[in-house]
Unconditional design. Sequence first.
Length: 364
Amino acid sequence: MKLESIKYGIQKLSIKEKKDLIDFIKGSYSLFDGYSTCVKGCPVCQSSRIVKNGTRKGVQKYVCRHCEKNFNYKTNSVLAKIQKLNKWNEFVEDFTSLNITSLKAMSQKLQVSQQTAFNWRHKLLSAMIPKAEVIFKNEAIEFDETWLRLSRKARRGLGIKDKSAYRKWRRKQTGDSNYNVKVFFTYGRDSRQLDTHQSHTGRTSVVDMENYFVRDKFKDVTVFSDAHYTYKSFFRDNNIRHETFIAKNHVSFSDKNVHNQTVNAFTRGFKFFVNEHLRGVSSKYLSFYVKWFQFIQASKVQVLKKEELKFNLVDEICDNVIQDKLGIELYRQAEVSFGRFLKNNGRTNHGNCKHHYYADKMAA
């Protein structure tokens, strides 16, 4: 049947029949189907000596002549072992619409379990993280930090006996408390790029600044920030131009261009995003959500530039998911990475308090 005759027949359908047809088409293919025959090399040894080796459930299989491994286009990507790829159509569309759908609503919409929706979200976010790096060059940047309480959301067996006293103690942990995770925010005024980075816990040190402000990432920049002692010391010692203002004033009285109001708006938006939209997230996955927020803001910039946002983003996400080989390891090693983060900041893998309040009897 020719395409023109199919289009003519669709025009005669009722609204209900058209909706049923749309649902049928969405359920009969995957956004990733076109990548099945586009494999150029072995994902194990990167050899180009590959040949086709039959199909399974409509997916083209390959075999590598060098390492003799069998694989398909999903191997070593976040799509590996995902059986319901046709449901990813709506999942990716929801992601690119910049709506923040709850896991419960998403599981009901896609007719999958909440655990599956949870895993899919983090797999997709882990594939986006390696592509989220931003470089600032020859421009003025605004820099600031914000904090979120160290969270063990959904983790069991923490041994908290007096939960009321624990919540009361938690509410007092603000600012530079050792039980708060610090996130760095940088905004380029010329490039209009936002960069985010989960850094450390407690008060910011020169070492934390050194780990973030690497030369390959920041080239010939002028930094606008408040007059934090650590900031001033680090930028002075590293010969980075630094303009300051008194934090409570938010702007320099001598030069109105010296402020970080834009990046402050992003920090407020991020805390609202995490605390209100998502109702809090585990610190184990905080780096994923930090980059998700960065992705949302970058997408809004594309909207302001009147670019064809939706289709471009869907193609971009699909390319990232297929080509990325690091994201699946970030997803698999999330628990290990979080344990390392806790250890580097003076915690055990269970986040036990070491300084005050119940000593080692209560988890932080």
